[in-house]
Design a protein around this ligand. Structure first.
Ligand code: GLP
Length: 261
C-alpha cells in the first residue's frame, strides 16, 4: 500500500484522474471499477474534461460500478445508474452497453449478484478499481461484518451510512435500507486499486483503514491485504495518520512519483 497526501481536495482528485487516464492510455480496453459518492464528483469532472479537451478515449473501456441501492430502478434520479450517467457516461465516448452496475430493481437479486460476478469474470477481471470510503469504513457498501472474502450480494445498510447518504434523498426517509454491492473479495481481485479519501470527516476512518488492524468491522482495512493499492488523500483526511512523514518522504523521493509531484 502507498499513501499519497495532496494539499487539498482538488489536487487529490486531479492526481486520481490522471492515474486513471494513464491507465486507459496504456490499455485502451481497460476494465475500470467505478465508485459513486460526493468524493468522486471532481474525478469524473476531470475525466470528462480530459475527454473533451485532450481526446481521452473511452470507446473500448468497460466499467463496473461497485454498488446500487435495492429497489431503485435505473431511471430513479437517486440511483447510482443516474449518478454515473449524468456525471460521467453521458459526457464521454463510452459505449453505454459496456457500462455495468448491479440492477437493484432486478426480480431475483441473488441471481443478479451471481450474474454480476460472471460478467466481471467474462471481461477478464477488473484492471483498476476506484474506491471511496464511507464514514462507517465501508468500501462499496460492505458494511461492518462484511466477510473479507465476500462476493457481490445484498447488504443491509448501517446507521452511519444512512445518516451520511439520506440527505441526498427527498425526503431523506426515502433512502433504501439495502444495497447490492461487490464483496470485499470481489474488490480485492482487482489488479490495481486507488482509494480516494478527502475531508476532515474521513480522517478518523482513514487512520483506522491504513494503520489499524485488519477487521471485517471496517472493510477498508482489507486493502492492507492487496498487493497494489494506492491511497490518495488530502491534508484534511490525512490529519490522523501517525506515519504521515514517512508516506510524504516516499512520495517525495521515489523516482516512480517524480512526474506527479
Ligand atoms: C457511498 C458509496 C461508496 C462511497 C462512499 C463515500 O455510500 N457506496 O462507494 O465511496 O459512500 O461517499 P462520499 O464520497 O459521498 O463520502
Amino acid at each position: 500500500m502507498e499513501v499519497i497526501i495532496r494539499p487539498n481536495e482538488a489536487a487529490a482528485a486531479t492526481l486520481t484522474a490522471r492515474l486513471i487516464a494513464e491507465s486507459i492510455q496504456n490499455k485502451h480496453d481497460l476494465v475500470l471499477g467505478l465508485a459513486t459518492g460526493r468524493t468522486m464528483e471532481n474525478v469524473y469532472a476531470a475525466l470528462a474534461g480530459m475527454h473533451k479537451n485532450d481526446g481521452l478515449n473511452f470507446s473500448a473501456c468497460r466499467t463496473f460500478n461497485l454498488d446500487e441501492y435495492v429497489g431503485l430502478p435505473a431511471t430513479d434520479p437517486n440511483s447510482y445508474r443516474s449518478y454515473m450517467n449524468s456525471r460521467l457516461f453521458n459526457l464521454i465516448n463510452i459505449d453505454p452497453r459496456n457500462t455495468y452496475l448491479p440492477d437493484g430493481a432486478a426480480e431475483d437479486l441473488v441471481e443478479e449478484c451471481q450474474l454480476y460476478e460472471e460478467r466481471i469474470e467474462a471481461c477478464g477481471g477488473i484492471d483498476l478499481q476506484l474506491l471511496g470510503v464511507g464514514e462507517s469504513g465501508h468500501i462499496g457498501f460492505n458494511e461492518p461484518l462484511s466477510a473479507l472474502l465476500s462476493r457481490t450480494r445484498q447488504k443491509a445498510l448501517n446507521k452511519v451510512t444512512i445518516e451520511q447518504n439520506s440527505p441526498l434523498f427527498d425526503p431523506p426517509s426515502k433512502m433504501p435500507r439495502r444495497a447490492l454491492t461487490m464483496g470485499v473479495g470481489t474488490i480485492l481481485d482487482a489488479r490495481r486499486i486507488i482509494m480516494l479519501v478527502t475531508g476532515s470527516n474521513k480522517a478518523q476512518i482513514l487512520g483506522k483503514a491504513v494503520e489499524g488492524p485488519i477487521t471485517s468491522m471496517i472493510s477498508a482495512t482489507a486493502l492492507q491485504l492487496h498487493p497494489a493499492t494506492i491511497i490518495i488523500c488530502d491534508e484534511a483526511a490525512a490529519s490522523k495518520l501517525e506515519h504521515k512523514d514517512y508516506y510524504n518522504w516516499v512520495f517525495s523521493n521515489e523516482p516512480e512519483w517524480e512526474s506527479y509531484r
